[in-house]
Design a protein around this ligand. Structure first.
Ligand code: SAM
Length: 280
């Protein structure tokens, strides 16, 4: 009889976020396949888990996947762990699961930590419908295409991002989405955890001053306003309203927000008008 593949989430920062079930599974399986064995050994030592460990990562997953499959077919039970969070979520795991499904091997996914749901549920943005978009690529053209592809999506959007790419990602997002509410969730479950509920423009301003450090999840409001307005925008009226509010001391972002709400307009369109008049 074949064995079982267990997907075991590990903490994304705080070691207490491992589950009892993950610990007992890691203790009972025949083998643990880890993204980085040097990283995982520390976790195993902490929880006094002595199960044999092997590597399973992006660049050995084809060859290693076949070896793991052989062992599963011979009846061994194997757990997959990544460096942090849930295997298969922007981490190795997906291919191994597919291989098991194709070979009728039982797959059991254990619940546990993942940065995407922690960030989403803390964000204060709608959670009813959301789209996890993973990482943007480094290739400028593909990044733009990715963002363009989701700009009209009304669901809350969630991206993972590395600190050194955060500034350029925010700039690309402003270009593709216009200004929107964004929640920047940083170092979740760790000592310097921060959930910054802000706008894309305000975040860009912040990171002009502060160097981004740590791990980031970006949660962005979905497209609002599609179909809200069936008549063309009265541009001159919006312009004079914007000017009036700015004279009263509101920032461009704040003024656009007020007017968008008042006239049931997409905020990014009002902000685009503000950008036009602020050039004059
Ligand atoms: N498998 C992981 C999961 O389930 O969340 C994701 C692994 S992916 C390689 C790493 C990315 O996840 C980071 O660049 C960051 O975007 C996000 N991430 C992981 N841990 C985080 C944390 N503690 N706080 C904020 N973001 C985190």
């Amino acid at each position: 009889m074949s064995g079982t593949l267990y997907l075991c989430p590990t903490p994304i920062g705080n070691l207490e976020d491992i589950t009892f079930r993950v610990i007992s599974t890691l203790k009972s399986v025949d083998l643990i396949a880890a993204e980085d064995t040097r990283h995982t050994i520390k976790l195993l030592n902490h929880f006094e888990i002595n199960t044999p460990l092997t590597s399973y990562y992006e660049h050995n997953k084809r060859h290693k996947g076949t070896l793991l499959l052989d062992r599963l077919l011979r009846g061994e039970n194997i757990a997959i762990v990544s460096d942090a969070g849930t295997p298969g979520i922007s981490d190795p795991g997906e291919d191994m699961v597919r291989l098991c499904v194709e070979n009728e091997i039982e797959v059991i996914a254990l619940p546990g930590a993942t940065a995407v749901t922690v960030a989403l549920t803390a964000s204060g943005l709608p959670t009813g419908r959301f789209a996890f978009e993973g990482f943007l690529t480094t290739n400028k053209k593909n990044r733009r295409a990715h963002l363009e592809g989701v700009k009209d999506d009304t669901r809350t959007l969630i991206f993972y991002e590395a600190p050194h790419k955060l500034k350029s990602t925010l700039a690309d997002m402003l270009e593709a989405f216009g200004d929107r509410d964004i929640v920047i969730a940083r170092e979740l479950t760790k000592k310097f955890e921060e959930v910054n509920r802000t706008t894309i423009t305000a975040a860009i301003e912040k990171y002009e001053e502060v160097t981004p450090k740590g791990e980031f999840v970006l949660v962005i409001e979905g497209f609002v306003g599609d179909g809200v307005l069936d008549v063309p925008i009265d541009q001159s009226r919006i312009e004079s309203e914007l000017k009036r509010l700015i004279e009263q001391g509101l920032s461009g972002n704040e003024a656009a927000k007020v007017i968008a709400k008042e006239y049931s307009l997409p905020k990014r369109e009002v902000y685009a008008i503000y950008l036009e008049i602020s050039k004059d």
